[in-house]
Ligand binder design. Structure first.
Ligand code: GLU
Ligand code: ZN
Length: 292
């Protein structure tokens, strides 16, 4: 059984880039007779924008997406993230950290793919008293690799390229990496299709899955939609919200952006006609597999 998902963060309205990701995961799951779940990734409540979830859901409905089951909200799932953290602590894989950003920058000599590598200070020294605690996952010098269905072979040395990363923040919010891994496993997700901006996060997620004993998933990272300045469409780059009229043409543009449908497209008489054709003709190779 194929189970895919769309997992928007409610930091603003959906834009064309998010539509492309939604379309790709939807067609991928539905073309394989699978389910497609909707998860609102509001784990970072400090970034949540009032009304954004409702707006995203309304927009998806207007564009004709039909998700299976109930919508899952990360903000309601802290108990599961806490259980995962407890499990990692019991396995001796997580440790508390009271270092400030500045202390880490000053003490680290190693550069990873996302800036300085945490030097493991709090693993070897007592933590500071009366200081908010973050939790970090221990990362050994271990190669984590997978074959992305679109981008191909990917690998990182989890300890040397990433380092001990935060799974629960000092403000007591769980990290995106932990939440997404727990949710994908608990929702039985088999196929992750998402934007290429998350490609770099995937080895962290695979490592967490291995630590927690979860099943591996298939990954496909689709090309990012860029604006005229070559920036990724996002709230930060002021991407415009999806139009509420012209839905069919906007969807056709999203389908054209992806190289998984035969050209030229036929003429569609309705939205359901368009979806039926796209799902029937969708071609995205499924052969790549997570390799550990
Ligand atoms: N919530 C993430 C985002 O909106 C997507 C997470 C994922 O697909 O794994 O960028
Ligand atoms: Zn520390």
């Amino acid at each position: 059984m194929v189970i895919g998902r769309f997992a928007p963060s409610p930091t603003g309205p959906l834009h064309f880039g998010s539509l492309v990701a939604a379309v790709a995961s939807y067609c991928d799951a539905k073309s394989q007779g699978g389910q497609w779940l909707l998860r609102i990734e509001d784990v970072d409540t400090t970034r949540r924008v009032e009304g954004a979830s409702e707006d995203i859901i309304r927009t998806l409905q207007r564009y004709g997406f039909e998700w299976d089951g109930d919508i899952v909200y990360q903000s309601q799932r802290s108990e599961y993230y806490e259980q995962a953290l407890t499990r990692l602590r019991n396995l001796g894989l997580a440790y508390p950290c009271t270092c400030s950003r500045k202390e880490i920058a000053d003490s680290s000599t190693q550069q990873g793919i996302e800036g300085v590598i945490y030097p493991g200070t709090c693993q070897h020294h007592p933590i500071k008293p009366n200081t908010p605690i973050a939790w970090r996952l221990k990362t050994p010098a271990k190669r984590i690799s997978f074959e992305d269905r679109i981008v191909g072979w990917q690998q990182h040395n989890i300890g040397q390229d990433i380092g001990d990363f935060v799974i629960k923040r000092a403000d007591s919010l769980f990290s995106y990496q932990l939440a997404v891994v727990v949710d994908d496993a608990m929702q039985g997700i088999t196929h992750v299709v998402r934007g290429a901006d998350l490609l770099q996060s995937t080895t962290r997620q695979i490592y967490l899955q291995q630590c927690l004993g979860y099943a591996p998933l298939l990954y496909a990272h689709i090309p990012l939609v860029l604006n005229n300045q070559g920036q990724k469409l996002s709230k930060q780059t002021l991407a415009t919200a999806l139009p509420s009229d012209n839905v069919k043409d906007t969807l056709i543009n999203a389908l054209h952006f992806l190289p998984f449908l035969p050209q030229p497209f036929p003429t569609f008489s309705s939205l359901s006609d368009l979806w039926r054709w796209a799902i029937d003709h969708w071609q995205m190779s499924n052969h790549a597999k997570t390799i550990t």
